[in-house]
Structure formats: C-alpha cells, structure tokens
Design a protein. Structure first.
Ligand code: ADP
Ligand code: MG
Length: 237
C-alpha cells in the first residue's frame, strides 16, 4: 500500500464559461520518508495542489489517501509551512510552538517545544517574541510549530521563498538535518532547481496551462545524506 496516494487530482477555478482548469490529472505516489520537491513556474498550480493535499482545498475529483485512508479535511497528520511564518506576535517563540498542542498537559507540551526548538537551533530564543527574530529565524519557528504535532507528512509551500540567498542556504541545511533526524515524509514546493536538487530524493516537475506533471525524477547522486551535509557545511563556511 502506498503511504501517500495522490491519484487523478483535477481542479478548476472560475464560473461556467470562464472556468479554467488549474490541475489536470495529477498523480503522485509518495513513499514513507521520502523528500519530494514540486518544481515548476509560477501559476502551474503548486500551491493549489499542496493545499489540496493539506485538506485546505477540495479537488473536483481524484483520490487522496494516507496509509489507505481517505483524507479530505485538514488533520494533525499533515503539518503545513507557508512562505510567511505567520507567528502569533503576542506569544513567545516557545508558546508559538506549543500552540497546536492545546490538548496536551502543559509540562509535556513544553518538552515537545524544547525538542523541536533544539532541532531548528533556536533553543536560546524560546522566551523571545517573534519581532525580535530575523525572517529566517521566524521561519524556523514556524517549522518547529508544524513539527510539534508530529505530522506524518510535512507540507512546505516555498518556505524559503521570501529569504535572502545566504539565509536560504542556511535553512536548507537546517531542513536537511531535520529530515535526517525525524525521517519525515516531506513535500516541498519551490521554483528553484538548485534547491530541489540539493534537498530532494525525487523531483516532480510541473508545467502550466493546465497545471500537470511533466516529469517525475529520482535524484540519485549516490552519496550518503550525512556526507553530503558535511560537504555543504564546508562549502558554506
Ligand atoms: P503556483 O503556486 O504554482 O504559483 P497556484 O496554485 O497559486 O500556482 O495557482 C495556479 C492557478 O490557479 C493560477 O492561475 C491562479 O491564478 C489560479 N488560482 C489559484 N487559486 C485560485 C482561486 N482561489 N480562485 C481562482 N483562481 C485561483
Ligand atoms: Mg504558490
């Protein structure tokens, strides 16, 4: 059974005569633990597809299953990170990460927040407020917040798109470490080829009018992930 099954997804927007097909027959079988990038030009439907997988938007037709179960509405098994961090400004960094854990005893939620803040290398900023942090750091908080629910799938819509080149590289490194440590299944939207190649096991290339899958490429550079990390770290210094 496929871990995440995206099968025959169709989506149109607009009314009657002005209806435009935005997604045409999108099918992607996602394996557990895979890092998949959705790569394609602006307007090809990447966000629409990701929102459908997140349950934030409904497809006109098609199947969406996680572990053999239909997933239609948003659920805690899917965590989402957007281009803008959208943190609560009146809460501390730690409180922001704890926010999705409302049902959990506070002490336990604090431990979870600690764990993920360590993972995004922001332990020392737990008590700060978002406005005291740079854009890249805020985005790291939003990643920690998405991970706090321990979702089966992490969905990221151009999470580094608003950041400068240097910060972007740094966050790519942080995300690689997260992926190694948590073994999460990640679907990552980008329009940067370099970013997709650096991070992914697999790249789905999409085209426009209508949005569709052009290529499904396995990235096999024949090197262990950890080794690659060290190489990149050396390169960045
Ligand atoms: P991408 O993320 O690849 O840039 P989007 O998924 O945002 O692409 O958009 C794909 C197409 O769907 C665009 O032409 C966009 O204008 C259209 N679109 C997206 N959301 C809506 C909506 N809610 N209503 C109407 N058109 C939409
Ligand atoms: Mg988009």
């Amino acid at each position: 059974m496929m871990f995440l099954k995206i099968d025959g997804i169709q989506k149109s927007f607009g009314k009657d005569g002005r209806r435009e097909q935005v997604l045409k027959d999108i099918s992607v079988d996602v394996r557990e633990g895979e890092f998949i990038s959705l790569l394609g030009p602006s307007g090809c439907g990447k966000s629409t597809l990701l929102n459908i997988v997140a349950g934030l938007n409904r497809p006109d037709s098609g199947i969406l299953q996680l572990d053999g179960r239909d997933i239609v509405k948003p659920g805690k098994e899917r965590g989402m990170v957007f281009q803008q961090a959208a943190l609560f400004p009146w809460l501390t960094v730690e409180e922001n990460v704890m926010f999705p854990l409302k049902g959990m005893p506070k002490k336990e939620a604090k431990e979870v927040a600690k764990k993920y803040l360590r993972l995004v290398q922001l332990s020392q900023y737990a008590g700060h407020h978002p406005h005291e942090l740079s854009g890249g750091m805020q985005q790291r908080v939003s990643i920690a917040r998405a991970l706090a629910m321990d979702p089966a799938v992490l969905l990221m819509d151009e999470p580094f798109g608003a950041l400068d080149e240097q910060t972007r590289m740094r966050l790519q490194g942080v995300l690689e470490e997260i992926w190694i440590e948590t073994k999460k299944t990640i679907i990552f939207v980008t329009h940067s080829i370099q970013e997709a190649v650096r991070l992914s096991d697999r790249i789905i290339v999409m085209g426009t009018h209508p949005g569709r899958v052009l290529q499904d490429i396995e990235v096999t550079l024949g090197r262990p992930r950890e080794g690659h990390l060290k190489e990149m770290a050396a390169y960045e210094e």
